[in-house]
Design a protein around this ligand. Structure first.
Ligand code: PEP
Length: 258
């Protein structure tokens, strides 16, 4: 049985300027340090806007912080005439180690298909960045009881072109769209049902050893008050946290699963 290091990732979305980002990272690092947080047992990562990544990098390097940082999106293209996009190589140069791809807000507002999400994941791996591939159903699908087949189809499409070697290090975030930013959290059993099915699908696609190594996160209104019960489920290996990651003390509590 593989041991998977839990991952708590804070998706700041389109919030905070670079000064505010520095302030939040400092406060988070101090709060975790004061509480003698053990980074060896849980990996903690923040995902600022592109405009703050360089500042976060400078702070993390200068203070030798054990916090990781990443990006919220990445271009599927390597370089060239793609105005407004940011490439995998550009992000890797900033020390970025993770990037979310296929967040439901990108799928909905930017019409990102599974094929685009997969191309972004491939681009990330090409530059040594681990993609956090987001999948999850909307309310209509949940009401129809179709959350498992829907999410697994999305998963398979979003991993097209990913090799078994890459898949062993990918992170999957199950984020039911109806639970994102709504305060409506999935029950631990809801989270386990789909996260377990995701691991089963990974085993089918890449073999049991890979499936056992992959971290599957839950995301959707995670707070300090509900994280422990969700993390107690066997196939939940961490959380992708939106709103609550903007508060250093609350996010530090989440990182301790309390
Ligand atoms: C998210 O944006 O990925 C998310 C889970 O948001 P929230 O925690 O605010 O629901």
């Amino acid at each position: 049985m593989t041991t998977r290091t839990p991952l708590i990732a804070g998706n700041w979305k389109m919030n905070l300027d670079h000064n505010e980002a520095i302030h939040l990272v400092q406060k988070l690092a101090w709060t975790l340090k004061d509480g003698k947080f053990d980074y060896a047992t849980t990996e903690v990562v923040v995902l600022p806007s592109f405009t703050s990544i360089r500042s976060v990098q400078t702070l993390v390097d200068a203070d030798k912080l054990e916090l990781g940082y990443g990006a919220q999106d990445i271009s599927q293209h390597a370089s060239g005439a793609y105005t407004g996009e940011v490439s995998a190589t550009q992000l890797a140069k900033l020390g970025v180690t993770y990037v979310t791809v296929g967040h439901s807000e990108r799928r909905e507002y930017h019409h990102e298909t599974d094929a685009i999400v997969a191309a972004k994941a491939v681009a990330a791996f090409g530059a040594g960045i681990v993609p956090i591939v987001c999948v999850g159903e909307g309310l209509d699908v949940r009401k129809a009881g179709e959350q498992v087949p829907y999410t697994l189809t999305q998963l398979e499409g979003s991993l097209a072109g990913i090799t078994a070697e890459q898949a062993a290090t990918v992170v999957i975030a199950y984020e039911p769209v109806w639970a994102i930013g709504t305060g409506e959290v999935a029950t631990p059993e809801d989270a386990q049902e789909v996260c377990g099915a995701i691991r089963g699908k990974l085993a089918e696609l890449y073999g049991q050893q890979v499936a056992d190594a992959v971290r599957v996160l839950y995301g959707g209104s995670v707070k300090s008050g509900n994280v422990a019960s969700i993390m107690a489920k066997p196939d939940v290996d961490g959380a992708l946290v939106g709103g609550a990651s903007l508060d250093a003390e609350e996010f530090a509590k989440i990182a301790r699963f309390q």
